[in-house]
Design a binder for this molecule. Structure first.
Ligand code: SF4
Length: 122
């Protein structure tokens, strides 16, 4: 039995997840107040993903008041791929000006994930 807290909405239901090792994809989820909790628990157990936040270098950063810009993924990234994604983010340099929401790394992981700026800098 595993216990998870559902993070889909602010209620934060406490989910109990029971796996039946003898059956393929057999998970029993209880404690969820709505179907989204079961979907969350299944994904968290089988293929966990996270939204990744990091910073990118600013091209010619020494000339600006800040040297890095905060960024985040536009969709969750499979957890096992986060180290590779972070390496690519840290190798990426952006030019100013940039607006919050501008894509700084497009189509990562076969087009599935964009990395976008979360701050506007002139
Ligand atoms: S199970 Fe439903 S109600 Fe409970 S935290 Fe998740 S989304 Fe919210």
């Amino acid at each position: 039995m595993r216990n998870l807290t559902c993070i889909v909405c602010p209620i934060g239901c406490s989910l109990d997840v029971e796996e039946d090792a003898s059956a393929t994809d057999s998970l029993s989820v209880t404690g969820n107040r709505c179907p989204r909790g079961e979907v969350y628990a299944r994904e968290e157990i089988r293929a966990p993903k996270r939204v990744v936040t990091a910073t990118c270098r600013i091209e010619g950063g020494a000339e600006h008041s800040v040297r890095r810009i905060p960024v985040k993924t536009s969709s969750p990234c499979p957890r096992e791929k986060i180290p590779a994604l972070l390496r690519d983010i840290y190798e990426t340099a952006v030019s100013l000006p940039i607006k919050a929401g501008d894509v700084v790394l497009a189509g990562w992981n076969g087009g599935e994930i964009n990395v976008v700026a979360t701050r506007t800098l002139d």
